[in-house]
Each structure stands twice: as structure tokens, then as C-alpha cells.
Design a protein. Structure first.
Lengths: 286, 232
């Protein structure tokens, strides 16, 4: 894995952007100063892809500016070369073999194809035609192209969509490793995945920035907790039964430990305890 | 390997049909070029048109058109890459739209030069074998390359521009690029028949104007068409 990042700061100042005359994102300001995974959440059509395209310098902001270490990204080829952008499309020549498809980009922008094949465990696919691969395999190869050479900022638009859980986990592990010294912006619809890998959360809704903070600081009004037991605990726990779970709500997760202790003291044989709702869920609600 | 070289190779692999069409036009061109040698006209002057002198010039049209056919796959590849997200990724790697346009145009031109050279060499060899006048063969060769290359240049730039600007995918606007691109070919073919004594000058002038216009169009397109137009 790559070592040492040079990037200090990505800054968006009142950035509005879109296509033609249609403004999709409105006056977004962000300042990213710590190498980490920043999960970008938002419903479909919220403006996540437009945000990524604007940061990568493909779209010119209608107003405001995007700077990477104080360099205007739209105007600087050099600054743009420090960014890797993985769109939701595979963006690889379908008619080529996996090796040649990656080499196509390596020839244009530089990079190490063999290293990438090893890193993404693609060696067994190297001589297969890209068009003959399954959707999941295509996604893996597509992700591979952003690892051809080292960059400072990685913009990943749903990198684990269409990928099976095992590969998905491997990609997430790669990104977690990468984020130790690189900036990774990661858009996802998967709230559990977002919570698992993200340190920061950026929420976009209707083209506006609704939330930007550490995920651990996401506060929720109440937590719903489900408990599955071998015996009936309804007499000493005020809970509704939903899908085999005794469900109760607390205002703070720290209350759960005390409730569980009380239940065990009353003879409850607990076989499962889970948080039923994801706190990030509320960002998707109207 | 450079971007335009890879593009050229990909084009050759992707669309063999157009190469077949190009070769067919080349063969027609060679036959037409040698027709007056094989079957000398018995029309004695003063006829309205000096067929013996001018008829072979028609082969320039077919040989030049073969160049256009040879280069069409490059522009088809442009649309394919645009719809696939390849152009979007290339933009994100730091390339500008003009870099991308230039890459495809260069691939198209180099491919056309290779194949037009093959066509004129073949035509010259067949003509020499059949006994066509050497001067005429040289003139056909020079005019074919000049008009062919300028046509390919204009057609490619027009097609790339129209394909970028269209809102719906699938490259539906590409034919407009071909039609606009081949318009300058008509004066290059008709005027020499009307003014036979200035045939070479007229054709070279039309070719030069077309090249300058194509270059100006390419530079304008690179500035006027936004990066977002290359998005899928």
C-alpha cells in the first residue's frame, strides 16, 4: 500500500455546480484537513455524483471554487492528476482483456498493472476479456484502475455496488488502509457500510450540505433495541414484540447495559441483542 | 504507448466492416483510374469533356472516400468511450477536452494516412502495370492523399463535435458530421472537370482550405465544448 500523503487540504468554498444551466448543488462549503474516509450520504438525485465531478475538475463550478492545497482544481492539470475518481460506471474498454484494459490507463497516466492485479486479486482474470466478466468482477477491475498509481485524494462513487459481500469487504479493507494517509470520499447508500468504514459523514440532500461532522457525533433522538430471548420477558420489560424481538427504545445507548443487566438478573436467557435502526437512517427521511 | 496510438489500434480491432468498405472503395478507385487505359475512349475531340484526361480524376473521389471509411471507426470509438464513461475517467486523470479531441483526431488522421498510402501505392502499381501515364498516376496519388487527409480531418472533427454535443447517447448525430465533412469534396471533384487546365491547383487549394478550416474548428471545439459534454 502507498505510503505518505502530501495533501494537506481540500476546500470547497460556496460551490454551486451542475449541468448546462441547471444548478444541482448549491453553495456547498467543506474543508477536509485530515486523511480519512469521508462517507458521502444522500438519497438518489441528491447531488453526490455532481459533487464528485465538480471536485475532480470535470465540472466547472457555477460559482465558488474547489481548491486542493490552495490550487484551483478546475484550472490545474497537475492538481487534477492528484485525484482518483471512480464513477458508478466501469469506464473500461469492454473489448480488451483485464490486463490490457488496465494497461490502457497505465499507458496514458502511468502506473503499475502487475501491482494492481496483485492488490485486487485479479491475476486469475488477467487474460479474460473484460466484457465476459460478471458484474462483480467488472467492478473489481474498475476499482483496480484507481490503484494504478498513487494519488492524494480518492473520490469513490459507490465502489462496492454489484460486488459480493466477500469482495466488498476486501475493497473496504483496502480503503481503510489507504485512508491512513490519504483522503477518501466514499459515496454509498448502505448505511451500515457507511458506519463501518467512515470516520466523517457528509450528508447531501437536494443539492445542499445538511451535515458534516464525525460519524461518532451523529446524534439521534432515540435508539430502538431488539432483544431475542429463549424465555418470555414481557412481564418485566416494557417492550413491543416485533418479528420475534422484544423491542424497546432508549434515549442513550448507555442505558442498554443497565437494562440487559436487569433482564439477566430476572432470569432472561438472551440469545441476541441488536440495534434495530441505523442512526444514519434519519438523514434519508423527509 | 501514447493515447492516440492505443485509440488507433482499438479502432482497427473494433470495426473491421469499415475497413472492408474502405478496401472496396479503393478497388473501385483503382479500376476507375485505369479504365481509360484499358478501354481508351473513341470519342474524338471536340467532345464536351475530355474523358481521357478527366475520367481518372474521378478515382480521386473514391480513393479519398476510402480514407474516410478507414477513419470512421475512430469516431465510433469516441461515442462508445463517451457512453462507457471512459472519457469521463480520462478527464479525471487530468486530460482536458482538447487533449481528448486531439487524441481521436490524430488516431483518425494517422490511420487514414497509412491506409491512403496503401491505396495510392496499389493504384500506382496497378496503373504502371497496365500502362497508365506515370504523370497521371503521380497526380492521382498526390491529390488522393491531399483531399483524403483533409476530408478525414474535417469529417473527424465534425463528428467528434456533433457526438459531444448531442444530448441523447448512441452517436445519432455522427452522420451529420460525415455529411458536413464531405461537402468540400464536391468542388474538389467537380471544378477540375469544368476547368481541366487548373485541376491540380483547384484540388490542392480545396485541400489546403479544408485542412485550415479543420484545424480552426478543432481548436474552437476544444475551447467551446465544455468538459461536461464528454460525460456519459
Amino acid at each position: 500500500m502507498y505510503n505518505g500523503g502530501n495533501m494537506q487540504k481540500l476546500k470547497l468554498e460556496e460551490v454551486s455546480s451542475g449541468y448546462g444551466t441547471e444548478e444541482i448543488i448549491h453553495k456547498i462549503s467543506l474543508k477536509l484537513t485530515e486523511p480519512s474516509i469521508y462517507v458521502v450520504l444522500g438519497p438518489n438525485g441528491a447531488g453526490k455524483t455532481t459533487l464528485f465531478r465538480t471536485i475532480s475538475g470535470i465540472l466547472k463550478p457555477f460559482s465558488g471554487k474547489v481548491t486542493l492545497d490552495e490550487i484551483n482544481l478546475f484550472n490545474s492539470k497537475e492538481a487534477r492528476r492528484r485525484i482518483a475518481y471512480l464513477s458508478h460506471l466501469n469506464a473500461l474498454p469492454e473489448e480488451m482483456t483485464v490486463f490490457n484494459a488496465l494497461k490502457y490507463y497505465a499507458d496514458i497516466e502511468g502506473g503499475d498493472v502487475e501491482y494492481t492485479l496483485d492488490l485486487l486479486k485479479l491475476s486469475e482474470l488477467r487474460d479474460k476479456k473484460f466484457s465476459s466478466l460478471s458484474q462483480g468482477q467488472k467492478k473489481r477491475v474498475s476499482v483496480g484502475k484507481i490503484f494504478l498509481r498513487e494519488r492524494d485524494l480518492y473520490l469513490l462513487d459507490e465502489p462496492t455496488s454489484n460486488v459480493d459481500p466477500k469482495i466488498s469487504k476486501e475493497i473496504r479493507e483496502l480503503l481503510i488502509e489507504l485512508s491512513k494517509n490519504k483522503f477518501v470520499l466514499y459515496s454509498s447508500h448502505n448505511l451500515y457500510e457507511a458506519r463501518e468504514i467512515g470516520k466523517y459523514l457528509i450528508v447531501i440532500k437536494n443539492g445542499e450540505l445538511k451535515f458534516f461532522d464525525k460519524i461518532e457525533n451523529v446524534k439521534t433522538k432515540q435508539y430502538r433495541v431488539g432483544i431475542k430471548t429463549l424465555n418470555d420477558i414481557s412481564s418485566y420489560l416494557n417492550a413491543k414484540v416485533e418479528n420475534g424481538y422484544f423491542v424497546f427504545t432508549v434515549e442513550n445507548p448507555t442505558e442498554v447495559a443497565k437494562i440487559v443487566k436487569d433482564l439477566v438478573d430476572h432470569g432472561a436467557e438472551i440469545i441476541e441483542l441488536r440495534e434495530l435502526d441505523n442512526p444514519l437512517q434519519e438523514f434519508f427521511e423527509e | 504507448m501514447k493515447f492516440w496510438k492505443v485509440t488507433m489500434k482499438r479502432s482497427v480491432k473494433l470495426s473491421r466492416t469499415y475497413f472492408g468498405l474502405g478496401i472496396m472503395f479503393t478497388i473501385y478507385g483503382i479500376v476507375l483510374s485505369s479504365l481509360m487505359t484499358i478501354f481508351p475512349p473513341d470519342v474524338a475531340p471536340p467532345s464536351p469533356v475530355d474523358l481521357a484526361s478527366n475520367f481518372p480524376f474521378l478515382s480521386v473521389a473514391l480513393l479519398s472516400m476510402s480514407g474516410v471509411f478507414f477513419s470512421l471507426p475512430v469516431v465510433m470509438l469516441f461515442v462508445y468511450d463517451k457512453n462507457n464513461g471512459v472519457l469521463e475517467y480520462l478527464l479525471s486523470t487530468g486530460l482536458d477536452q482538447i487533449d481528448i479531441f486531439k487524441g481521436y483526431v490524430k488516431a483518425s488522421l494517422v490511420l487514414a494516412v497509412y491506409l491512403l498510402s496503401f491505396a495510392v501505392i496499389l493504384n500506382t502499381a496497378v496503373g504502371a502495370f497496365l500502362g497508365t501515364g506515370f504523370n497521371l498516376l503521380i497526380i492521382i496519388a498526390v491529390l488522393t492523399v491531399a483531399i483524403g487527409v483533409s476530408e478525414v480531418f474535417l469529417v473527424t472533427v465534425c463528428m467528434v463535435a456533433f457526438s459531444s454535443l448531442q444530448k441523447t447517447p448512441m452517436g445519432a448525430n455522427q452522420p451529420a458530421g460525415v455529411i458536413i465533412g464531405i461537402i468540400p469534396m464536391f468542388p474538389a471533384l467537380i471544378l477540375p472537370i469544368i476547368f481541366p487546365t487548373h485541376a491540380i491547383t483547384i484540388d490542392l487549394f480545396v485541400a489546403a482550405i479544408t485542412i485550415v478550416a479543420s484545424l480552426a474548428l478543432l481548436l474552437s471545439v476544444g475551447r467551446l465544448i465544455l468538459r461536461e459534454k464528454l460525460l456519459p
